[in-house]
Structures are given as C-alpha cells and as structure tokens.
Design a protein. Structure first.
Length: 94
C-alpha cells in the first residue's frame, strides 16, 4: 500500500508485508470499537473505511447493492514502512 503526497514538501509512505490486519466485512454496531482496539495495538496502520461504515455511526441504510465486494473496514499493520520525500535524500525505513 502506498500513501503519496504530491506536494514538493510532502512525504510518501510505502507499507510492505503484513504483521497483522483488521477486516470487517459488514457494518456492525461494534465495528468502530473493534477498529479502535486494533489501533491501540500500536504501530503503523494503513487502510480504508468504506462507504457502508456510515451505518455504524448513524441509523442509515443504502437501497443499492454493494457490487464491489470490498469489506467495510480493512486496516493492516505493515512489517516495514519506507518513507521518502520531505527533504530525504534517500528512501528510509521508518
């Protein structure tokens, strides 16, 4: 996974490997609390929050089927994080 900041002073991060991950396939009332427990484990976290996560915050629902097949939440703690940009002359393992 790559996080890229295109500004000249920006930083870029590359996540390599997976030490542990958190995946929530469907919106669940305890989903955000479970995600917080994952974050409390420390370390870097790369991931996404899908559109259907709104159902965990407000009593909403979608009439349209989700054809993507992506989970609602998916976060990974990488084994290695490489950073570059922001004045670094060379990529650096952080």
């Amino acid at each position: 996974m790559d996080l890229f900041d295109e500004r000249p002073e920006g930083q870029c991060f590359l996540a390599v490997g997976c030490r542990r991950s958190f995946v929530l396939a469907d919106a669940h009332p305890d989903g955000l609390a479970a995600l917080q427990r994952f974050f409390d484990g420390g370390g870097w976290a790369f991931g996404w929050v899908g559109y259907e996560a709104k159902d965990m915050v407000e009593p909403l629902s979608s009439a349209h089927a989700d054809a993507t097949g992506f989970p609602v939440l998916h976060w990974t703690e990488p084994r290695i994080v490489v950073a570059w940009g922001a004045g670094r002359e060379e990529p650096e393992v952080v």
